[in-house]
Design a protein around this ligand. Structure first.
Ligand code: GDD
Length: 445
């Protein structure tokens, strides 16, 4: 069956890399609070968030790999409102070659919402006779059981049913997601509520869907209704605003209980990647998966090599001293140098960074081209879900609560210099800073 996939990559958030047109000269803004969408700062200054490396490869490459594995996949479309971006174009060219499948970026003229963009580009999605297509949120990590969703879709709701990938969360965390009440026998979605204020269900929407072309009739109905409503208002851009459509609130809520929407529940790993802290958690999940899917990406203990504990990714161009100890859950990027006696655990070290002799790096993201001086200690607090709660998902956590910085991982933006022998704890250092002293629970502007 001819299939396509659409990955929703969104667009630049405040202070984020805007692409070729607007990416230059964005300086750090005061960090008095970090609302949703800015939680990736200061890392998203450098690359669009979907290209941020998770377990050694760009976040969306995991999606692309999963889509490319599905038999019948004809094309993968990345849909967003980033300006044309050099890094994105380079990534797409490399991914097309690696996965031998057409992969294109389609740019929305404005943020059209999670359904508005796919509606706007419906002809391109269906071109070539696609009989069904997947839609995947870029900011999730998952096993992406796409083949299973396909088989489930064929068994449920005849050829016109739509499938949402669901998982179970605990009662509190479920409130941060789309919540689904389904018929226990048929798995038909009876109620769908996006981020409810009180408990609705422990089954949550994973942001991965399987649609048939019939979905466009339903999105089209919302578009036409919005267009009529807006025509009554005196507004010159009514047509454009009618194109902003949310899959969750505008489409799923209306489709629930009509025999058209089904949930396929997965027991596989799944988490959102909203904040830098959740990128470390997602890296751990993907590194763990590599033992099955990509054992060649996991570093091994070898004579004359560093000590590897648990799952570790090391880019082939990185230079690691044989006395360093790495892992578990460590990703070392391109051209990174790691000196003698260095200890790294639960961290992501981005390309070009240098960890000088005897540094200790724990629960930290070290930004591109940053340098950590000898005997320095850089440490954060993990923001993991509760390990005793099997249904705990990583929360859409905030770095601030009641106006105060909550203990979090430590993040060094790009080209940060940490001098020798200092201690940096639970802090965020914005790009291009040269620190002169130790710091704890601070944001260094
Ligand atoms: N192309 C495009 N255009 N993409 C968009 C737009 C848009 O206007 N708005 C958001 N996205 C992308 C984001 O980049 C992200 O990958 C995805 O769509 C969902 O983003 P949000 O709108 O921020 O929703 P959310 O992450 O808070 O919640 C969604 O995902 C949860 C699972 O992670 C909902 O679908 C929830 O129901 C779901 O539980």
């Amino acid at each position: 069956m001819p299939l396509k996939a659409v990955i929703l990559i969104g667009g630049p958030q405040k202070g984020e890399c805007r692409g070729a047109a607007g990416g230059q000269g964005l300086g750090p803004a005061p960090l008095t609070a970090l609302p949703a969408g800015t939680r990736f700062r200061p890392l998203s200054f450098e690359v669009p968030k979907p290209l941020f490396p998770v377990a050694g490869v760009p976040m969306v490459q995991h999606h692309i790999e999963a889509c490319a594995r599905v038999p019948g996949m004809k094309e993968i479309l990345l849909l967003g409102f980033y300006q044309p971006h050099e890094a994105l174009s380079r990534f797409l060219v490399a991914a097309q070659q690696e996965f031998r499948i057409p992969i294109r970026y389609l740019q929305e003229y404005a943020a059209l919402g999670t359904a508005g963009g796919i509606y706007h580009f419906r002809d391109q999605i269906l071109s070539g006779g696609a009989e069904a297509f997947f839609v995947l949120n870029a900011d999730v990590c998952s096993e992406f059981p796409l083949q299973e969703m396909l088989e489930f879709g064929q068994q449920h709701g005849d050829a016109h049913g739509f499938v949402i990938l669901g998982t179970t969360a605990n009662r509190t965390q479920a409130l941060n997601y789309g919540c689904i009440v389904a018929n226990a026998d048929t798995q038909e979605v009876q109620h769908y509520v996006e981020k409810p204020s009180t408990f609705v269900s422990e089954v949550i929407n994973c942001g991965v869907y399987l649609f048939t072309p019939a979905i466009f009739q339903h999105i089209g109905e919302v578009f036409q209704r919005q267009q009529q409503e807006l025509a009554l208002e005196e507004s010159s851009n009514g047509w454009q605003r009618a194109e902003v459509i949310r899959l969750e609130q505008d489409v799923f809520t209306a489709l629930a209980g009509r025999g058209k929407l089904y949930v396929y529940k997965t027991d596989g790993f799944w988490s959102q990647i909203k904040s830098a802290g959740s990128a470390i958690y997602a890296s751990r999940l993907y590194l763990n998966q590599y033992s099955k899917t990509h054992p060649e990406r996991l570093a091994q203990n070898k004579p004359g090599g560093p000590v590897i504990r648990g799952n570790v990714y090391i880019h082939p161009t990185a230079s690691i001293d044989s006395t360093a100890v790495l892992g578990p859950n460590v990703s070392i990027g391109e051209g990174v140098t790691v000196g003698a006696g260095v200890r790294v655990r639960e961290s992501i070290v981005l390309h070009g960074a240098a960890l000088h002799d005897h540094t200790c790096v724990l629960n930290t993201i070290v930004g591109w081209d940053s340098t950590i001086g000898r005997w320095a200690r850089v440490e954060g607090t993990p923001s993991d879900p509760n390990p005793n709660d099997p249904y705990a998902k990583i929360d859409s956590e905030s770095l601030f609560r009641d106006g105060r910085l909550t203990p979090s991982i430590t993040i060094l933006g790009c080209s940060v210099t940490i001098p020798a022998e200092v201690v940096i704890l639970n802090s965020i250092v914005l790009p291009h800073k040269e620190l002169s002293r130790s710091c704890k629970n601070q944001i260094i502007l």
